[in-house]
Ligand binder design. Structure first.
Ligand SMILES: N=c1c2ncn([C@@H]3O[C@H](COP(=O)(O)OP(=O)(O)OP(=O)(O)O)[C@@H](O)[C@H]3O)c2ncn1[C@@H]1O[C@H](COP(=O)(O)O)[C@@H](O)[C@H]1O
Length: 109
């Protein structure tokens, strides 16, 4: 499945120099970081609402759809700043197996 992320990262990179009137991603890059962050914020809020709806007995498909929107716009944000999902995956890999409780305790030493 990470093939999808690799392929999407390539497309997002290409869109940094594409015409804004033919591509949604290019239009976000052209509009700039503040516009991209606004979309990340909106999609975060929509994901929270979908998760609450899910807990209240709503469909899981809404939550999956909104989370995909959030991930997608987060990937555009990373790409805009010269980063990719690989940077985030490397950080998750570094943390893998490290208990969150132990990590927090080590910060207060
Ligand atoms: N995965 C996505 C993807 N997910 C969501 N979206 C778009 O993100 C937008 C979500 O915004 P909203 O739901 O808030 O809708 P909106 O009200 O129209 O948005 P605004 O006008 O408020 O900005 C919609 O236009 C969706 O179509 C995506 N657009 C593109 N991709 C991928 O990016 C690739 C490149 O896209 P283009 O750059 O458009 O060719 C595509 O081939 C896809 O793989």
């Amino acid at each position: 499945m990470s093939d999808v992320l690799d392929q999407l990262a390539q497309v997002l990179e290409q869109r940094r120099s594409a015409a804004a009137d033919t591509s949604y991603v290019a239009s976000l890059h052209k509009a700039g970081l503040d516009k991209i962050l606004k979309k990340v914020g909106e999609e975060s809020a929509e994901t929270i609402i979908a998760a609450k709806g899910c807990e209240a007995g709503g469909t899981t498909s809404d939550l999956v759809y909104e989370t995909a929107d959030l991930w997608f716009h987060s990937l555009v944000m990373l790409s805009h700043l010269g980063l990719s999902h690989n940077d985030v995956l490397a950080e998750l890999e570094r943390r893998f197996g490290l208990s969150g409780i132990e990590e927090k305790a080590s910060r207060s030493l």
